[in-house]
Design a protein around this ligand. Sequence first.
Ligand SMILES: NC(=O)c1ccc[n+]([C@@H]2O[C@H](COP(=O)([O-])OP(=O)(O)OC[C@H]3O[C@@H](n4cnc5c(N)ncnc54)[C@H](O)[C@@H]3O)[C@@H](O)[C@H]2O)c1
Length: 442
Amino acid sequence: MKGTVSNSQKSRRKFMQTSAAVAGGVMVSPLAIASNPHVNVDNTIKIALIGCGGRGSGAANEALNTGDDVRLVAMADAFQEKLDSSYKNLLKIHGEKVTVKEDHKFIGLDGYKDAIGLADVVFLATPPGFRPIHFEEAVKQNKHVFMEKPVATDVPGIRKIIENAKLAKEKNLKVVVGHHLRFQKSCIDIVHQLQDGIIGDIVNMQAYFNSSGVWVRDRKPGMTEMEYQVWNWYYFNWLCGDHIVEQHVHDLDLMNWIKGSHPIKAQGMGGRQVRTDNKYGQIFDHHFVEYQYPDGTMLNSQCRHQKGCWNNWSDGGHGTKGSFNCIPGRQLSHIYDSKGNVIWKYIGKDDTEPHQVEQTEFFRMLRQDEYINQAESGAASTMTAIMGRMATYSGQEITWDEAMNSTKNLMPKEFSWNAEPPVKPDDNGAYPIPTPGSYDIM
Ligand SMILES: NC(=O)c1ccc[n+]([C@@H]2O[C@H](COP(=O)([O-])OP(=O)(O)OC[C@H]3O[C@@H](n4cnc5c(N)ncnc54)[C@H](O)[C@@H]3O)[C@@H](O)[C@H]2O)c1
């Protein structure tokens, strides 16, 4: 109605002020807001994309889909070709919503700071090793954050995420972590059914992420060792965390969500039996972990990257009165009674793609000033995966408290193409591979 301000306009104004004006927890005056060059006085929500690969570009696309008021204003990537191809594709799809000036495209390992400064909301989608540093910077610069899972590759990184999750809360900064299953109806509804006790108490669970593996990127002539590792990041633990952390974390997050807690200990086994070439760096190709939750519930977790084997991405378990099964990739969930009869099901084959729902919800919350901060639960799920990796690498039983005390920092001391990476190949081009029985997790 003319002359009145709607609730959504009011809360939108509040978001604009929060994103721009929170400085050390102090709200600054509207005049100061207007004089800040990074404030969206034009009523747009400006996003910066840090890590312009497959998922970052996908998430930016989904964010731009959420409304005419979203603009992509800055991009940063380690490699020119990655940024260029992402920019070209996003420009083709979204036209004038992509307003990234040439001097707002940042190449290299330190461009993230400038890119973050130009936005209201930052998208962190580099390899996960960088996530804690990038999240810290985004919170320092008072930005709302969408960050992909996993949120770290080592325990010092997890501690940094937790510290900054708290700071983000104090500053009223909203944070979504890319656990898109938390925005997928087939998962949301089954979690609610299980938490409401449809099959009594959950007593054991099984999680599988068994596939034939992912891409490998070949070394290019002239690349420094640091450049090569960032390029072929999946196979280096400081960057990726191993596939139990990088991929299986989706299932571990779902299991933690169902239980409303995280495991207190883990033991397991794993190795590298098929994927042994030097181009596969140092990660394992299979992990099997037995986790225990505080109430005694056991979770058996499998993840495998081996071709020609049984592939399965699903999560299930048993309760005192029945069982459940959830197939996230097919948006399918079933609950059975103790005789095996289906007592509840969700078939979401026509549902909107959950990565889109994730951004649609995030941007609705930003516009309506509805608070969300998934950084701590994201940290707990990544930590669950790291604890599993500690168990398979060491061959020992590890408790949560022991794992959380680890000071093993996987990251390099310096970030530049000529700096020393934390792992180096030997004379035969082979990288150090963790050996159960002698691997030191601390
Ligand atoms: N939620 C999901 O369904 C889902 C799906 C795929 C990937 N992911 C996650 O998204 C993240 C990225 O995965 P991806 O598949 O897009 O990988 P990718 O290799 O396609 O993209 C990563 C990009 O980050 C860039 N990069 C590396 N280091 C950087 C740095 N320091 N600063 C700026 N840019 C840097 C790389 O050059 C690359 O372009 C990972 O954490 C992955 O686990 C999530």
